[in-house]
Design a protein. Structure first.
Length: 279
């Protein structure tokens, strides 16, 4: 039954969102997702808890969607969900229509040339940063490479991930990034403005700016301050992630660029036991 108690056969539009999501979960193999399979597990398909973890939201939040409850589900979250459930283009379209009543916009994708610069050596560097989370992004903050600790901290990063879209368009980011407005939103908007000035013809950056401001109108006041920030290096930030079980974690952000590329950023989150947010 859907949120109004009707079965699919009673609905001229077909299956409810609840029925669709349960079916899509059931066909997914938990063995395809590192860290989900544990000794003795016999369940077939992904559980609600699995999907919540892989998309970076609470089990309660995902459960609300699956029950058909109306809420402000972001495009970023729906795209991560589409990727986790390996939905086809048509299924992703139906998910959007059922969840928020409109079709999806074109998904942001990494620049082809930038993505091609992500090679085995760079991946080995990311892996060598363990236990610190590390990732590589392109000019528009699409995550094109990451290590296993990053997936543990931010499970959404493995699924059509864009850092800025998650920070600004997902509800959970405002809960997981401590002092979201001052320590994260303001500097990140300033970094987007800085990148837009340096790469005015970059369509991915132009679309990123437009989508963020349109998807989160309360950010316009911050944007109108015209603050400009370079990409943070050495800045200290605080996180409160599900994987830390409620413990607040302080990280120092280290930003690097590979030699020979002006389109990639390498970011390492170095956990610290002390320090206040800065930079």
């Amino acid at each position: 039954m859907d949120s109004r108690g009707r079965r699919a056969s009673d609905d001229p539009q077909g299956e409810s969102l609840s029925e669709l999501l349960r079916s899509w979960r059931s066909r997914s193999d938990p063995r395809a997702f590192p860290g989900l399979m544990v000794p003795g597990r016999r369940s077939v398909g992904l559980s609600q808890r699995d999907v919540a973890r892989l998309t970076g939201v609470s089990e309660r939040w995902y459960g609300s969607l699956e029950r058909g409850n109306e809420a402000n589900y972001s495009a970023d979250f729906l795209d991560r969900l589409s990727s986790v459930l390996q939905l086809s283009r048509a299924e992703r379209h139906v998910l959007y229509l059922r969840a928020i009543g409109r079709p999806p916009a074109l998904a942001a994708v990494p620049e082809t040339d930038a993505a091609s610069e992500m090679d085995d050596i760079l991946q080995q560097f990311l892996d060598s940063q363990s236990p610190n989370p590390a990732y590589v992004s392109d000019l528009a903050w699409n995550v094109i490479g990451h290590n296993e600790p990053l997936r543990d901290w931010f499970p959404w990063a493995a699924h059509q991930a864009n850092l800025m879209r998650w920070v600004f368009l997902s509800r959970e980011a405002r809960e997981q990034l401590v002092n979201w407005r001052e320590d994260w939103a303001r500097p990140y908007l300033g970094q987007i403005r800085y990148a837009r000035v340096h790469y005015p013809q970059n369509e991915a950056l132009r679309r990123l700016e437009r989508d963020i401001l349109a998807g989160s109108p309360d950010l316009q006041k911050i944007w109108d301050r015209c603050e400009v920030y370079e990409h943070a290096n050495g800045g200290v930030r605080r996180l409160k992630l599900p994987c830390h079980r409620g413990r607040e974690v302080v990280v120092r952000i280290t930003a690097l660029r590979p030699m020979g590329s002006d389109r990639l950023r390498v970011i390492v989150l170095m956990e610290s036991r002390r320090g206040a947010a800065s930079g």
